[in-house]
Design a protein around this ligand. Structure first.
Ligand code: CAO
Length: 336
């Protein structure tokens, strides 16, 4: 299940409120470019600092010399802290074996291809989220027969205007509604506190030639499905062109990772910390469903919800899933 994850690639803009205070400052959001003067770049090179991991405090996101110094200081502090706080021998550390070093060329020809910058940042976020979040994935099927018929009819009506409503837009709207009903899903852990957000910003994973990025639809609860369709289309286009700004990739409360245009049945997306849940969606298929008298063909959308068990237990997660499936089965429920 982990293999398909990523969502979220957690291309998580890493500003996690749950990070220990000794941790290095948050890195740049995915897609951001580093701005720094030649002297600061030289200093970073001398100290072996990767500028993409340094928080900028200068104008227009420029990285200053003191930012590099602060980063180095934080790394040094963090590297001492865990040893003192949680010695591996006491079970607090992961105490993992080193990564296997294999000379693959001994077994046949190979090609070495450096990871793209987005993939490198995603990898670090994913690894942290994978080991730090006790996550469980819950599956549900939503009957979207009527919703898809409605979507097709509306798109036909709007053919001339060019407005195309996607299933993703309906999913974002339904999730926004469900997040308001289940506020724990719209929260973040901050130490012993749960931060409940009174805004509903929903991110969606967008596949691009450079890697996965996660643009955010702000205030999705206050937008119409048409507005969400237009905005998500524009954000996905910007993502593909590598033009998303850090602001367009930050502030998310919840993420949707839709593989519906590709296929699949179910998967286990990785939560994008400091969010507490993520919804994975695969391709809808027509299945025979017993209606009490006979098997009827229904269009079924597979949902995979991964939730942080520290905040959301199995009963709550299943209630959320059932509610979401009911909304998608009959979106008139959002009017109630
Ligand atoms: N079931 C069946 N068909 C679906 C579907 C679903 N759940 N979701 C989309 N489709 C269809 C669409 O209707 C569209 O068909 P038409 O061209 O006939 O209208 C086709 O699949 C392509 O859709 P799409 O995926 O390009 O568009 P979208 O609006 O649904 O999604 C976006 C936009 C940005 C989410 C998508 O382009 C993308 O990048 N998806 C990948 C995300 C990803 O990689 N997630 C995994 C992260 S974990 O590693």
């Amino acid at each position: 299940a982990a293999s398909a994850a990523p969502p979220l690639p957690s291309p998580t803009p890493p500003a996690s409120t749950a990070q220990p205070s000794a941790a290095p400052p948050p890195a740049l959001a995915l897609g951001a470019r580093t701005h720094a003067s030649p002297s600061v770049r030289l200093l970073a090179r001398e100290l072996g600092v990767d500028l993409t991991k340094v928080s900028a405090s200068g104008p227009n996101g420029r990285i200053l010399q003191e930012d590099v110094n602060a980063y180095v200081k934080a790394v040094m502090t963090a590297s001492r802290a865990p040893a003192a706080a949680a010695p591996a021998a006491l079970g607090g550390g992961l105490d993992l074996l080193p990564w296997p070093k294999v000379d693959f060329a001994k077994f046949g020809p190979v090609e070495v291809k450096p990871l793209a910058r987005i993939k490198k940042i995603s990898a670090q976020n994913l690894a942290r989220n994978w080991v730090m979040i006790p996550a469980v994935t819950y599956h549900e099927d939503a009957d979207i027969t009527d919703l898809e018929a409605f979507r097709v009819a509306i798109n036909k009506e709007n053919e001339r205007s060019g407005l195309k409503i996607t299933m993703l837009a309906f999913l974002i709207k339904a999730c926004a509604f469900a997040l308001k009903k289940f506020p724990e899903f719209n929260s973040s852990l901050d130490g012993d506190n749960l931060i409940l957000k009174q805004y509903v910003h929903i991110a969606f994973a967008a596949d691009t030639p450079h890697g996965l990025v996660v643009p955010v639809i702000k205030d999705a609860d206050r937008k119409t499905v048409s507005q969400i369709a237009v905005e998500s289309g524009e954000l996905a286009r910007k993502a593909r062109d590598g033009k998303l700004t850090p602001g367009e990739m930050s502030g998310a409360c919840f993420t949707i990772s839709s593989l519906g245009g590709i296929g699949g049945t179910y998967f286990s997306p990785i939560i994008n910390a400091p969010e507490v849940a993520i919804l994975g969606v695969n391709k809808s298929v027509t299945k025979p469903v017993w209606n009490g008298h006979e098997f009827a063909p229904r269009l079924i959308l597979p949902l995979s919800l991964t939730a942080d068990h520290r905040v959301i237990d199995g009963a709550l997660a299943t209630r959320f899933n059932v509610h979401l499936a009911q909304l998608l089965a009959d979106l008139r429920r959002v009017l109630l």
